[in-house]
Structure formats: structure tokens, C-alpha cells
Design a protein around this ligand. Structure first.
Ligand code: 5GP
Length: 204
């Protein structure tokens, strides 16, 4: 039997690459995968719901959580704080749930250091023009924010080789399937099945 702890999965990709859409489908299809809810100081966008999409908080509140050691990781992105509250992630992993952290590349690098067993997946847009087109059609950013996000996107894409896996998002269904394949393969790593030999032998 595999070890009972869940797998921690870091999922990054530039703004507009389709991370939310991929994760929505992935979690609808797989009960054993949950997405950690991040905390942010950026204002709510579109139909976002506090406590579901993010915990929307003030800068003072966020800085208190950092000082109290309650954040697993955090980073500044486009002028706002974003971070992962630690306790719920640990609880889910201990309960055998696979947890996805949808975070940007600086946070991903921190998680890799803290959890060497974490799996990291980068969602790659098919091209920069395709990314720009998706960001524009989303219509949630003004022109200045949009060009800032595109600038960050290029920097992030250059860091994609820090990740263990790259999934190209030219079709959502294929990207979800690729993501599931990564998790299936990761479950079979020997390092996640340390007890299997003794279990099989003692069952003779
Ligand atoms: P957005 O404003 O588009 O929702 O998110 C901006 C960026 O922040 C995205 O790349 C997203 O993955 C990242 N992000 C969201 N939550 C977190 C978090 O908890 N930690 C870090 N480091 N990045 C996050």
C-alpha cells in the first residue's frame, strides 16, 4: 500500500495560462485532490468569493500572519502579497489528501526547499501571443495591470525548467489528463511506497 500521506503538488504558470480552469476540472474528477486556498492582499476580481477563491485580507493582517509564523510560504506579485496558510495544508496531507498549491514561481522555489518530496508542475501557454489573447479576453485587468502581468509572464516562463514537469495548455482536457498522469506516476515512486516490500513479504 502507498504511504498514507497525501502528495504536495506545486502548480505554477503565468497569469492567464489557465491554471484555475485546469484545477476546477481536475478537482471535479478527483475526490482525493484539493486546492489550498491562498491569502492575498489584492482586491477581489470578477465573481471571486472570499474564502473560496482566496482569503482577501488587508496588508496589516497578512503581515501579522507572517510574523506569527502561520504562512507556509508567501511572495509579492504585481504589488500584492500572496501566501499559503500552513495549518490546512498539513491537515490535508496528514489525512491522505493530495494538495495542490497554485502559486507563482518564487513561492514554488520556497516549497521545493521546505518539502523536497513535493511535485512541481508548470502550466505552459502554447505561445506568448496566445497568452496575451487569453488575458485580454478575460477582461479582468486594465491595460497597465495587463502589461505588467505579461512582463512577469515572460520572466516566469524562463524559470519553467526549475519544475519537474511541464504541461502545455493548448487543450484544457489534455492538460487535465496530463496532470492526472503526473500524479498517478508520482504515487508509484518507490520513495512513496517504502513499506511495500515488508508488507508483501509478511503477507506470504
Ligand atoms: P492572481 O492575482 O491572478 O489570482 O494571482 C497572481 C499570481 O499569484 C498567480 O501566479 C498565482 O498562482 C499566484 N499565487 C496565488 N496564490 C499564491 C500563494 O499563496 N503564494 C504564492 N507565492 N503565489 C500565489
Amino acid at each position: 500500500m502507498p504511504d498514507k500521506n497525501g502528495i504536495l503538488i506545486v502548480f505554477s504558470g503565468p497569469s492567464g495560462s489557465g491554471k484555475d480552469t485546469v484545477l476546477k476540472k481536475l478537482t471535479e474528477k478527483n475526490d482525493d485532490i484539493r486546492v489550498s486556498i491562498s491569502m492575498t492582499t489584492r482586491p477581489k476580481r470578477g465573481q471571486e468569493v472570499d474564502g473560496a477563491d482566496y482569503y482577501f485580507v488587508t496588508k496589516d493582517y497578512f503581515e501579522k500572519k507572517i510574523a506569527d509564523g502561520e504562512m507556509l510560504e508567501y511572495a509579492q506579485y504585481a504589488g500584492n502579497y500572496y501566501g499559503t496558510p500552513k495549518a490546512p495544508v498539513d491537515e490535508m496531507l496528514n489525512a491522505g489528501i493530495n494538495v495542490v498549491l497554485e502559486i507563482e514561481v518564487q513561492g514554488a522555489a520556497k516549497i521545493r526547499k521546505i518539502y523536497p518530496d513535493a511535485v512541481s508542475v508548470f502550466l505552459m501557454p502554447p505561445s506568448l501571443p496566445a497568452l496575451e489573447e487569453r488575458l485580454r479576453s478575460r477582461g479582468t485587468e486594465d491595460e497597465e495591470t495587463l502589461s505588467h502581468r505579461l512582463f512577469i509572464a515572460e520572466q516566469e516562463i524562463r524559470r519553467a525548467s526549475e519544475f519537474s514537469y511541464v504541461v502545455v495548455n493548448d487543450s484544457i482536457d489534455d492538460a487535465v489528463c496530463d496532470f492526472e498522469t503526473v500524479i498517478r506516476a508520482e504515487k508509484m515512486r518507490f520513495s512513496r511506497n517504502k513499506n511495500i516490500i515488508s508488507e508483501v513479504i509478511s503477507n506470504v
